[in-house]
Ligand binder design. Structure first.
Ligand code: SDX
Length: 428
């Protein structure tokens, strides 16, 4: 009769061990009993970049990379994108269930009334160079928020955690808009509580001399959907940073600043900006074959292509591609879409990409929409961070409440010098 165990024989000693299998995994700590002698530390697992390591148990997001499935708390991403608002999805990620009418109203009220930031933050942003990258500003200002809310260190109090989480979800758009206005040399726009979460973000970005900003409803909805599509993605690089830094029991503002820093990288959240730069570099459909050749030669990467987990079409990219044409109907077609669609077509017919199961990911088309909204490329990763904030916070709180978790501190394989005596400078 089959058993949920793994039997291994250590050929160094001839000993056999039976390791329990749970949820398709063996516990790495169960390897430590495998020793060659009493003073042997015991076996460890070696897994650079955690290619095959589950760092946690989680109930928040499910991805099936082979089937291209993404679900938040069991709800398919395309259904949430079509039927829910970003704040409804944020509530779902944080609390595990979709809110009823009164719960949603209360959550919306809480977020709406935490959108302002201390004037010192505005002065802090003013100190940046005019051309400072908005992600550099975001990493700095999110971290700076921790100095305004010292009570945030009291992580054991659920109400204190809730208040900080509401503050972060509410203030990310404000920080992003302030960075954008600073770059443009425009006066900052304060939040307008009459507008939706995404409508207010557009207000803080684009309001000029009119007395009341009125968002374009199609653009407002498109932005809300984009935030939903970016809201969580299980144990990606920035979420792992949020959990890892948060495991030292630092406040959530400082942990979120670390997550923002991880997202800034061009292999992660910076890919939406890099994808547009790539399409601009290609410049024309006729230049695609040569760029594909360069990618296959390893000279460049197709930014917005490939994924550690998805070995099928990223379900978010499907929704975004459809959304792009809805936005273009409002603001005019982004000419780069023709290059993007042709690049996708050619790549998906090429063995190099087919064999490596490289498909467009969430970042391939999203930048085209942001650019069509009139946003500069370097703010695209900031928009990713706004969407991902409720996911980071839901994952962080799950880690705080997980009795199996403790401070993250991996081991290593030491391959350096053996012990040796100090050499005085005169002898070097
Ligand atoms: C996000 O993890 C998440 O969930 C992330 C994310 C989220 O929501 O949080 O989904 C968001 O970060 C999406 C990914 C955005 N990044 C990019 O689009 C940058 C371009 N993509 C790659 O750099 C790459 O595909 C990664 C980083 C996304 C995944 O890298 P892996 O899993 O480490 O794969 P790899 O680098 O080992 O590549 C495997 C092979 C290599 O070829 P060989 O050495 O086997 O010959 O595929 C090739 C790579 O050269 N390859 C690519 C490629 N991606 C991988 N070749 C050309 N273009 C690419 N984009």
């Amino acid at each position: 009769m089959s058993k949920d165990t793994l039997t291994v024989t250590d050929n160094r000693t001839g000993k056999t061990y039976e390791l329990p299998i749970e949820h398709g995994t063996v516990r790495a700590m169960d390897l430590r009993q495998i020793k060659t002698g009493a003073d042997d530390f015991g076996l460890m697992a070696y897994d650079p970049a955690f290619m095959n390591t589950a760092s946690t148990k989680s109930s928040i997001t499910f991805i099936d990379g082979d089937k291209g499935i993404l679900e938040y708390r069991g709800y398919p991403i395309d259904e949430l994108a079509e039927h829910a608002s970003f704040l409804e999805v944020s509530y779902l990620l944080l609390f595990g269930e979709l809110p009823n009418r009164s719960q949603l109203h209360e959550f919306q009220h809480a977020i709406t009334h935490h959108t302002m930031v201390h004037e010192n933050i505005r002065e802090f942003i003013d100190a940046f160079r005019y051309d400072a990258h908005p992600m550099g500003i975001l990493v700095s200002t999110v971290g700076a928020l921790s100095t305004f809310y010292p009570d945030a260190k009291n992580l054991d109090d659920a109400e204190v955690r809730r208040l900080q989480m509401n503050r972060l979800i509410a203030k990310m758009p404000t920080l992003a808009a302030y960075a954008y206005r600073h770059r443009r040399g425009l006066p900052i726009i304060y939040p307008d509580n009459d507008l939706s979460y995404s409508g207010n973000f557009l207000n803080m970005l684009f309001k000029m001399t009119e007395t009341k900003y009125t968002p374009n409803p199609v653009i407002e909805k498109a932005l809300d959907v984009l935030f939903i599509l970016h809201a969580d993605h299980e144990q990606n690089c920035s979420t792992s940073a949020m959990r890892g830094v948060g495991s030292s029991r630092v406040d959530p503002f400082s942990a979120t600043a670390a997550a923002c820093a991880a997202l800034y990288g061009p292999l992660h959240g910076g890919a939406n900006e890099a994808a547009i730069r790539m399409l601009n570099e290609i410049g024309s459909v006729r230049n695609i074959p040569d760029y594909i050749r360069r990618a296959k030669a390893g000279e460049v990467r197709l930014m917005g292509f490939g994924h550690r987990v998805y070995k099928n079409y990223d379900p978010r990219a499907k929704v975004i591609k459809k959304l792009a044409y809805q936005v273009f109907d409002q603001v005019g077609k982004n000419p780069l879409i023709d290059i993007a669609v042709e690049l996708e077509k050619i790549a998906l017919e090429d063995d190099y990409f087919v064999q490596r199961k490289l498909y467009p990911n969430v970042d391939f088309y999203s930048g085209l929409i942001y650019q069509s909204m009139g946003l500069p490329m370097d703010i695209f990763p900031v928009l990713f961070a706004i969407g991902r904030t409720p996911g980071w916070l839901a994952q962080w709180e799950e880690m705080i409440n997980d009795n199996e978790q403790k401070i993250a501190r991996p081991r290593q394989i030491y391959l350096g010098e053996g012990r040796r005596p100090f050499v005085p400078l005169s002898d070097r």
